[in-house]
Design a protein around this ligand. Structure first.
Ligand SMILES: [Zn+2]
Length: 138
């Protein structure tokens, strides 16, 4: 039995040589596809189910692909979108949780979250990353 598993592992290793494999975008596609397929229940939400299946197929396609450049471009785009969304979610969370002491703004050029103390009048805020200055009312 162990010998058979070793043979299968060896064949799978040979099969996957020169292929892209799994990255974080593939994990995301797999998880999103599974969630869509499960919550659709196969009834009224048939299109959601098929969308979930398509995401799964896309994830498998990416794993087996030999075009590394295209897969890396997809991964880069995914990471950019993920970063964009996560920063805005964090900004909203900070605006809600610390709304009494601070005001939060987003730097327009580098997406750094800037914190301004409240009750100080009109202040000039300098982004520590890019050095851009903003005049904001605190
Ligand atoms: Zn900045």
């Amino acid at each position: 039995m162990k010998n058979l598993l070793d043979k299968l592992r060896y064949r799978l290793t040979i099969f996957m040589q020169g292929r892209y494999g799994i990255d974080s975008f593939s994990y995301f596609l797999t998880a999103a596809g599974a969630v869509l397929a499960v919550i659709s229940g196969g009834g009224y939400l048939r299109y959601m189910f098929f969308t979930g299946i398509l995401l799964e197929v896309w994830a498998i396609f990416r794993c087996l692909s030999r075009k590394f450049d295209r897969r890396r471009d997809e991964l880069r785009s995914y990471l950019d979108v993920k970063r964009y969304v996560l920063i805005r979610v964090k900004l909203v969370k900070l605006k809600i949780t610390e709304r009494k002491e601070y005001k939060y703004v987003l730097c327009g050029s580098c997406d750094k979250i800037l914190r301004i103390p409240k009750g100080k009048g009109k202040v000039t805020v300098t982004c520590p990353i890019c050095g851009r200055q903003y005049k904001k009312r605190s």
